[in-house]
Design a protein around this ligand. Structure first.
Ligand SMILES: C[S@@+](CC[C@H](N)C(=O)[O-])C[C@H]1O[C@@H](n2cnc3c(N)ncnc32)[C@H](O)[C@@H]1O
Length: 239
C-alpha cells in the first residue's frame, strides 16, 4: 500500500497515548469517548464482529476487547499498528488488524458494526471522508451498524488551530446517504464535547468531574452544537 500522508508517523505513534490520554483531563476525555462508544454498542446489541477503522494504537479497541467485545482494527500507519501489537502482547491478547486506508478497505469479510473515531477529521478532504464512510458501509452486513465520528463543521472555531481538519456535520452525512443512495437509515445523531476538548484539557484536576458532567448534559441536549458529532447508521436489509 502506498504510504498515506495522513497516516501517523513513527514520532506520532511513539507519543500518541502518552501525550493525549495519560493526564487527568486526557483520561476524562478518553473515558467520555469510550462510554459513548459503549452506549452505541449496547444500543445496537453488538458484541462481536466489530471493526475499528483508523484504530491507531488501539486506545479504544483494546478497552472494548477487555470488556469482552470481539473487535478488529485497521489503520494506514504501520507505526500505530506496531504500538497496538506491543500493547496487545503485554496484555497477552490477540488482536486481528489490517494495514489499510479507509477509502479503500480491501476487506471481503462483512462486519456487524464498523466504527471510526478521530479518523475522518484526519483525512485529506471531505470527499475522502465521505468515501471512507461509504467503504465502512460496504463492509457491514445488511442490518449491521456504522458509527461515524467527525469534527463538527457547524461549531464555530475557537482559538488558533494550526492543523488542517476535515469537518463534517450530521446534515452533510445525512444528505450524502440520501443523494448517493448509501442504503442506510440514520438511527441516532449524538454529540460530545460541547465545551470543546480544549476546555477540558484546561480545567484544573479538581473540577474535571464537574465540567465532564455539564458537558455530557449539554451534549445530550444540543448534539449538533458539539465539537464532535456522532452519527449511527443502520445498513438496510436487502430487498
Ligand atoms: C487521531 S488517531 C485516532 C486513533 C484511534 N481511533 C483513537 O481514537 O485513539 C488517527 C488514526 O487514523 C489513521 N489514519 C489517518 N488517515 C488514515 C486513512 N486514510 N486510513 C486509515 N487510517 C488513517 C492514523 O494513522 C491514526 O492512527
Amino acid at each position: 500500500m502506498k504510504l498515506k500522508k495522513t497516516a501517523y508517523t513513527f514520532e506520532q505513534a511513539k507519543v500518541y497515548d502518552v501525550t493525549r490520554f495519560m493526564s487527568p483531563s486526557g483520561r476524562a476525555i478518553h473515558n467520555m469517548e469510550l462510554s459513548l462508544l459503549k452506549y452505541f454498542l449496547k444500543f445496537t446489541s453488538t458484541k462481536k464482529n466489530i471493526l475499528e477503522v483508523g484504530c491507531g494504537t488501539g486506545r479504544l479497541l483494546i478497552e472494548l476487547f477487555k470488556l469482552g467485545y470481539l473487535v478488529e482494527g485497521a489503520d494506514a500507519s504501520k507505526n500505530m499498528l506496531k504500538k497496538l501489537l506491543e500493547k496487545a502482547r503485554l496484555l497477552k491478547i490477540i488482536i486481528n488488524y489490517k494495514h489499510l486506508e479507509s477509502a479503500n478497505l480491501k476487506i471481503k469479510k462483512k462486519y456487524n458494526f464498523v466504527y471510526a473515531i478521530r479518523l475522518l477529521n484526519q483525512t485529506e478532504s471531505k470527499n475522502y471522508a465521505l468515501k471512507s464512510i461509504k467503504e465502512m458501509i460496504r463492509i457491514t452486513k445488511p442490518g449491521g451498524h456504522i458509527l461515524a465520528e467527525f469534527v463538527n463543521v457547524n461549531r464555530p472555531r475557537i482559538g488558533r488551530n494550526s492543523t488542517k481538519t476535515t469537518r463534517l456535520s450530521h446534515k452533510i452525512i445525512s444528505e450524502a446517504n440520501f443523494s448517493e443512495n448509501w442504503g442506510c437509515t440514520i438511527i441516532k445523531n449524538k454529540g460530545l464535547f460541547f465545551f470543546g476538548m480544549g476546555s477540558i484539557m484546561a480545567t484544573p484536576t479538581l473540577f474535571i468531574n464537574i465540567v465532564v458532567k455539564f458537558d455530557k448534559l449539554l451534549s445530550t441536549l444540543f448534539p449538533r452544537y458539539c465539537s464532535r458529532g456522532y452519527i449511527l447508521l443502520k445498513k438496510n436489509d436487502k430487498k
